[in-house]
Design a protein around this ligand. Structure first.
Ligand code: AGP
Length: 609
């Protein structure tokens, strides 16, 4: 994980590095540090904790210089501490490295370097890089980096700054993202575009195996043996303000409110004007391709996996193709039975999740066609998939995913209808019924958000609960899983999701007074069964908060309180039911004084296994 940034130009590097790191803190915030060349000397400042700690240190002891690198860490190898913070240095302090990724063979390398006389100060895998650079230094930093990367196994994006090469930054990548920013007489390198957006909109992505050599005059890109590579510069067209908080207390709340717009943007250009068709220009499947599909695998992690679970219900129901949903970290190692008659859909907000990317590669190796549903243009997942369906949620900064999830759901509906059309298993009337209902989702989401104060009031008595169970059947169960994850990750409350009919097979033993049960009941064919399951928990004195469509007057007879959502097509219910669950998690976390946007132990983009 981690965020890295580098600057070379005429301005004071410290400020630019700190600004960049602020935008990368979503990638990790266990510690932060910078290294800047100050009058020919390499000066490093780093400290455990959030970036604010480093800012405070630098305010007291600023570093002056126009070339530097910076890092914000999500701890993998070694606990969060000053020593384990990046940048890491060689024995003589002549060079410094910031790194994102995991060097898998670091133990062997470390032991060997130690036997060669190198002394280490941290527990990190990263520290082997500066020592290797020191060990193999030929007087030519570029050549040395080329040599050192051949010794590294695992994933890396790193940037090196060296006292002996004062007019240079060298960056290299393998399986971890890096973007180069091109300014006027100044150049940037970073893990992600928001870090450079304040200074330039001209950028290109560094590919695996490439090196970028930044000097005050230009940036040169080469392959791993020094052969020059021409890069295609693109113009970043997002609104920089979209990545800011816009007056909301937290990014999460802002992003919850952005859902109507995000839903609209993700679906509108893909629905025909007469609401009879889904048009996915970016997915190039033919009717013959679809006829050949034996099975679909949806592979993802966390929230994206939960969107995939909804996708299973939707695709099986509409397109009549069997779907398996897999957790990417499991899928990649279970030798899945895949071939060119299978379709794999990977879902990832960031497009950089290491396990999802590995699962994608596994699927491609086995000959399956891969569609990516992702929110980040040019991300690794987007670049490696056969077809890409972008969710247009805009940058999602809060660690807890909200608008990315609801737009991923739209992705699932679009793909479901698209496949059904190509397979000719959906009538025009049926497609029109679902598409018309989809078009109404953004305004219905606005209605749910219009009730935010009411929802806030309703959940107020529950801010001190210690155990919450989310129950649902069918597609409601998939949303229950997402509700439970949301609550856990930002409020640190123990929460579990259960298929309501499964509770009596063991977990019912945990239900007692003081426990909150959130019961989703939007699927009318199984509504009575759901009510029976709610009665089972009521009989054990749990408090029950129900969720159903407006107009349902039955649920309130069994539960303590009901949150009503506008009526929609039952398959589309997840897009609306999840919003009160996001709001519930948000306000409970705020009431408990949690750091909503940056929950402990987590990071936005999980680029390690
Ligand atoms: C969601 O709130 C999480 N923070 C997390 O589960 C996330 O969805 C997961 O890490 C997958 O990320 P991706 O969508 O960027 O691949």
């Amino acid at each position: 994980m981690c965020g890295i940034v580098g600057y070379i130009g005429k301005q004071e590097a410290q400020e630019i590095l700190l600004e960049g790191l602020k935008k990368l803190e979503y990638r990790g915030y266990d510690s932060a540090g910078i290294a800047v060349l100050e009058q020919g000397e390499l000066v490093v400042s780093k400290t455990v904790g959030k970036l604010a700690n480093l800012e405070a240190v630098l305010e007291q002891n600023p570093i002056k210089g126009t070339i530097g690198i910076g890092h914000t860490r999500w701890a993998t190898h070694g606990r969060p501490s000053d020593e384990n913070s990046h940048p890491h240095q060689d024995c003589k302090g002549k060079l410094a490295v910031v790194h994102n990724g995991i060097i898998e063979n670091y133990m062997q390398l470390k032991e060997w370097l130690q036997s060669e006389g190198h002394s280490f100060v941290s527990e990190t895998d990263t520290e082997v890089i500066p020592h290797l650079l020191e060990h193999f230094y030929t007087g030519d930093l570029e050549e040395t980096v080329q040599n050192v990367i051949t010794k590294l196994e695992g994933s890396f994006a790193f940037v090196v700054i060296a006292k002996d090469a004062p007019q240079k930054l060298i960056a290299a990548r393998k399986d971890s993202p890096l973007v180069v920013g091109l300014g006027e007489g100044e150049y940037f390198i970073a893990s992600d575009i928001p870090a450079i957006l304040k200074y330039t909109r001209k950028a290109y992505i560094l590919n695996d195996g490439e090196l970028a050599i930044l000097t005050p005059e230009a940036v040169r890109v080469t392959d791993s043996i020094g052969k020059a590579i021409e890069k295609e510069v693109f113009e970043v067209n997002w609104d920089a303000v979209a990545a800011e908080k816009d007056g909301y207390e937290h990014f999460m709340l802002k992003e919850i409110y952005e859902q109507p717009r995000a839903l609209r943007e993700t679906m509108s250009a893909r629905l025909s004007n007469d609401n009879k068709k889904v048009v996915l220009e970016e997915v190039k499947l033919t009717a013959a391709d679809v006829a050949k599909i034996k099975k679909i695998y949806i592979v993802a992690c966390g929230t994206a996996f939960h969107a995939g679970m909804v996708g299973k219900y939707v695709i099986e129901k509409i397109a009549k193709i069997p779907v398996e949903v897999d957790i990417a970290s499991e899928f990649r190692y279970r030798d899945p039975l895949l071939d060119d008659e299978d379709l794999v859909i990977v879902v990832s907000q960031s497009g950089e999740t290491a396990d999802t990317l590995a699962a994608l590669r596994e699927a491609k190796n086995k000959g399956a066609r891969v569609i990516a549903v992702t929110n980040v243009v040019g991300s690794s997942v987007a670049r490696e998939a056969d077809d890409v369906l972008y969710t247009w949620a805009g940058p999602e900064i809060a660690v807890a995913s909200t608008k990315a999830y609801t737009t991923q759901l739209i992705g699932m509906y679009l793909i479901g209808i698209y496949l059904a059309q190509l397979k000719e298993v959906i009538t025009e009337e049926k497609a029109q019924e679902i598409i018309t209902a989809m078009r109404q989702l953004p305004s219905k989401a606005e209605t749910v958000l219009g009730n935010i104060e009411k929802i806030k009031e309703l959940i107020q008595p529950y801010s001190k609960v210690e155990d919450v169970f989310f129950l649902g059947r069918g597609i409601d169960y998939a949303v229950a899983l997402e509700g439970s994850l949301k609550l856990k990750e930002i409020s640190y409350i123990h929460a579990e999701a259960y298929a309501a009919g499964e509770l009596k097979h063991g977990t019912l033993a945990l239900i007692e007074e003081g426990i909150l049960v959130v019961a989703l009941a939007t699927q009318m064919d199984i509504f009575d069964k759901m009510v029976s399951n709610i009665k089972e928990v009521k009989a054990r004195d749990a408090s029950v908060l129900g969720l159903t469509f407006r107009g349902n007057n039955e649920l309130i007879k069994t539960v303590d309180e009901v949150i009503y959502i506008p009526k929609t097509h039952e398959l589309l219910a997840p897009v609306l039911t999840v919003i009160p669950l996001q709001i519930l998690s948000y306000y409970i976390a705020v009431a408990r004084g949690c750091d909503v946007d940056k929950p402990r132990n987590l990071a936005k983009s999980v680029t390690v296994e």
